[in-house]
Design a protein around this ligand. Structure first.
Ligand code: SIN
Length: 282
């Protein structure tokens, strides 16, 4: 698809952002009743583009959770504070006097869990005048662009993901790995995963949580992981989203990475986040 597309039987307009990833879905008010064709078209677009964006949405916390529930089971958002008593809605907030920002490293949400969340919905409540964009990478495109030899090398590999990388602020010292069965913040996943809907393959390692390949030391793993991270960050696989108040992003964590750009010190940014545990998008 090159230009704008119209989903059949709906008013929804689909505007792809780059050849590899991202589409803006316009002419839809998510607070209003929508036909089953529209919800299906949104799910299809998410699956096809990895991340979709809406503009000018006016949603209450309950409506944002209801939107997410159309696509799968919605769970509490760990680590982030609840919003208005809704455990399923977390805040991603940076205050004017704060330097650090959540998500300021390439990652995919909750990959250190045995069953990582499938998708994330992020709604902008307050955004800086300029800055605070979010970038996304297609890990399907990154995988497909690898040589056959590299694909064969990665095929049987599994990797260990740990929340400890985040908690130790990405120290270069080895992560102290623990018994996964007793530690919910560590998990092992295939390095190449298959999307459940049609079996397309995606690279599933990320700089935020992946510690090493299973059976390899952390030092042995560093070279190949470093290559994969550098490869995935090619501009050809990427899109960048500029937020406005009321913008909403909806991404598939199985086929993307994202990165919150922290370039707006002195300004406030407040987002509301919902996560979808498991879903089939088509
Ligand atoms: C996140 O990493 O989930 C937050 C992304 C953002 O704030 O743009």
């Amino acid at each position: 698809m090159t230009g704008m597309d119209k989903a059949i039987g709906t008013t929804l307009e689909i505007h792809p952002m780059t050849a590899a990833i991202g589409a803006e879905l316009l002419n839809v008010d998510l607070a209003a009743a929508q036909s089953p064709q529209t919800w299906n078209a949104i799910g299809d677009a998410l699956y096809r583009y990895g991340v979709v964006f809406f503009r000018d949405q006016v949603l209450t916390p309950a409506q944002q959770i209801e939107f997410a529930r159309r696509f799968g089971d919605v769970s509490a958002v760990p680590l982030l504070g609840d919003v208005d008593g809704y455990a399923e809605l977390g805040e991603v907030r940076k205050e004017r006097d704060q330097r650090d920002a959540t998500g300021n490293i390439w990652h995919t949400d909750q990959s250190a869990r045995a069953h990582p969340v499938r998708a994330t919905v992020l709604l902008a409540r307050e955004v800086p005048a300029v800055g605070g964009d979010t970038c996304f990478v297609s890990m399907v495109s990154a995988y497909e662009a690898l040589s056959d030899g590299m694909k064969r090398t990665l095929e049987g590999l599994r990797a260990i993901h740990s929340e400890a990388r985040v908690l130790t602020r990405y120290s270069t010292a080895d992560v102290n790995l623990v018994d996964e069965a007793r530690q919910p913040s560590q998990a092992t996943h295939p390095v190449v995963i298959r999307l459940p809907e049609d079996g397309r393959k995606a690279l599933y390692v990320n700089p935020s949580k992946t510690v090493c390949f299973e059976g390899w030391t952390q030092k042995e793993s560093a070279g190949l992981l470093g290559f994969l991270y550098q490869h995935a960050q090619r501009l050809e696989f990427m899109c960048r989203f500029r937020w406005r108040e009321g913008s909403m992003a909806f991404w598939d964590n199985y086929q993307t990475w994202h990165y919150a750009v922290n370039d707006y010190h002195g300004q406030r940014r407040l987002m509301h986040r919902t996560v979808i545990e498991s879903a089939l998008f088509r």
